[in-house]
Write a protein that binds this ligand. Structure first.
Ligand code: NG6
Ligand code: CA
Length: 526
């Protein structure tokens, strides 16, 4: 008899605990790759790149075959990802230099701010590339605004890209490991006295990895970069250990926040140039540094997923994998990507043509995997149309919030697609030159000429991904007039069927024009 109240109490507590854990919204982990193409992962058909961790993630969740970043380069895709707005609506959202000011105005709704408002710890680790400060950043002082002013409660980032100065990490607005006696200066205008001239043969032969175009300004860790910098010797990053550092910081963030809901935006630098990574990855693929860097990315993803397992968090965590733009081979360094890729007959964009920079599918159609135990169908392959511009709304919804701020912009609430439901009806892709395309379940309409935009000819980095010479001749025949492709029967976008289907061209063009009419080239928020 005397035990009864105790039993009742115990049950009460355990029921409470169950209800409590049920009401805790899911953690959200976004594994975001750089320049990794649709066809670069084993689960998307890569034969020569082992990606066991991402393959497992796909097997445990849903793998989308029509997932898109919004733009064929980094800054605009990340802008859309975090704001829920297509970047082509704003001037100044193209690939930024390392000293650019922050292009997202503090106070504006962002993916991170929305989740922070719902009580999430929100961390970004890795490549930022959305600018810092409000112009003329002093790298020796606390940088404000930084990611911490637009919704992240923790940030450990590089300012721009691995090939752009400053080559230092910035944690919560401060350069990591900076010696105040050796202040940093950054210039995108001119070299500093004493800088080596990396255009001379004498200097080039000394480089760890020679450049093929651009990348001949600052010399850091034996590699040429874009822009110049001076000082900050003790703070300079090491390319070889960068991947481990980012994975350490990501795991640390998870461990510190395991008792409350958290959002981790893990923006890996893999496989952006320079592809200089830890020697333990050398030779993991027959593709040279480009393929080996994908293996490094998979390893980092594996460490983060293991950290979730270690704390018993995987069951209540939505994990999404995607990439900021399609693949590129030679992106400015002589890392043999073009030759080795050809030898191994690897298809970095899968069945699609084009890659980074291009309006063809290879530019923006990227890997997209979701795992959320109890929600995402296990082992499913889905052809639902998914866009990263929706993720601000989707994450807010999944966290129990109201996504209205993002739905007013370009986000669509496609959270149902994570549970096996429908995705978008249409989506828009863009290039740096603001060439736009719109697609629905079957058809794709490209507005404008070429694969890059008006007056832009495909150069070295892209040519190898455009297919045969006959394909390229075919592309240039279509330099004028509308282009329409049937993505179901012609995923390689070789057969322009615009003339045969004027009514479909008309319908898609009208939808695109209506989107444009909602606002184009509004000035960047001051
Ligand atoms: C280009 C760089 C390229 C890469 C790209 C941005 C040259 C010649 N090319 O200007 O190497 O840095 O910008 O890539 O310098 S992204 O993935 O961040 O968009
Ligand atoms: Ca990129």
């Amino acid at each position: 008899m005397r035990l009864l109240p105790l039993v009742a109490l115990c049950c009460g507590i355990s029921q409470l605990a169950a209800a409590d854990s049920g009401s805790r919204p899911p953690n959200i982990v976004l594994l975001y790759a750089d320049d990794i193409g649709w066809g670069d992962l084993g689960c998307y058909g890569a034969k020569v790149i082992p990606t066991p961790n991402l393959d497992r993630l796909a097997a445990q969740g849903t793998r989308f075959t029509a997932g898109y970043c919004t733009s064929a380069t980094c800054t605009p895709s990340r802008y859309s990802l975090l704001t829920g707005e297509y970047a082509w609506r704003r001037q100044g959202t193209g690939v930024l230099p390392g000293d650019a000011r922050l292009i997202i105005k503090p106070g504006r709704p962002t993916m991170a701010a929305s989740l922070a408002k719902l009580g999430y710890a929100t961390g970004v680790v890795g490549k930022w590339h959305l600018g810092l400060g409000s112009g003329e950043v002093d790298w020796n002082k606390k940088i404000d605004p930084s990611p911490n002013q637009i919704g992240f409660t923790y940030s450990f980032i590089m300012a721009a890209t691995g090939d752009r100065v400053p080559t230092v990490f910035v944690e919560d607005g401060s350069v990591v490991g900076l010696d105040p006696k050796d202040p940093i200066e950054v210039s995108y205008k001119q070299a500093y006295p004493g800088d080596p001239d990396l255009t001379t043969d004498a200097e080039r032969t000394k480089l760890k990895m020679d450049w093929s175009h651009g990348h001949n300004m600052a010399l850091v860790n034996g590699v040429g970069r874009i822009g110049w910098m001076k000082g900050g010797q003790a703070a300079l990053w090491n390319d070889e250990t960068m991947g481990d550092t980012f994975a350490d910081k990501a795991c640390g963030f998870i461990a510190r926040n395991k008792d409350k809901p958290f959002f981790l935006y893990y923006a890996s630098h893999e496989n952006h140039v320079p592809r200089v990574h830890h020697p333990r990855y050398a030779g993991k693929t027959p593709l040279g540094p480009r393929g080996d860097a994908v293996v490094a990315f998979d390893d980092q993803a594996g460490r983060i997923l293991a950290e979730l397992d270690k704390h018993g968090l995987a069951e209540n965590t939505l994990v999404i994998y995607s990439s900021d733009n399609g693949p590129v081979l030679d992106d400015g360094y002589k890392d043999k990507a073009v030759e080795l890729n050809k030898q191994a007959a690897h298809m970095p964009a899968g069945p699609f043509r084009g890659g980074k920079y291009s309006i063809l599918e290879g530019g923006t159609r990227v890997g997209f995997i979701a795992r959320w135990p109890g929600h995402t169908p296990v082992g499913k392959v889905s052809d639902a149309l998914m866009s990263q511009v929706d993720l601000s709304a989707v994450f807010t919804k999944v966290a129990g919030g109201d996504p209205a701020d993002f739905l007013k912009l370009d986000s669509v609430d496609t959270s149902a697609a994570l549970s096996g439901g429908a995705g978008r009806e249409t989506l828009i892709s863009s290039t740096q030159g603001n060439l736009l395309s719109i697609r629905d379940a079957r058809w794709k309409f490209i507005s404008g000429v070429g694969v890059l935009g008006k007056g832009k000819k495909a150069q070295g980095p892209l040519v190898a991904l455009l297919g045969s010479e006959a394909d390229q001749a075919n592309d240039s025949r279509d330099q004028s007039g509308p282009r329409l492709f049937d993505l179901q029967s012609d995923p390689g976008e070789r057969d322009n069927v615009a003339q045969a289907h004027p009514e479909i061209v008309g319908r898609l063009k009208a939808l695109l024009d209506a989107q444009r009419a909602k606002g184009v080239a509004q000035p960047l928020p001051k």
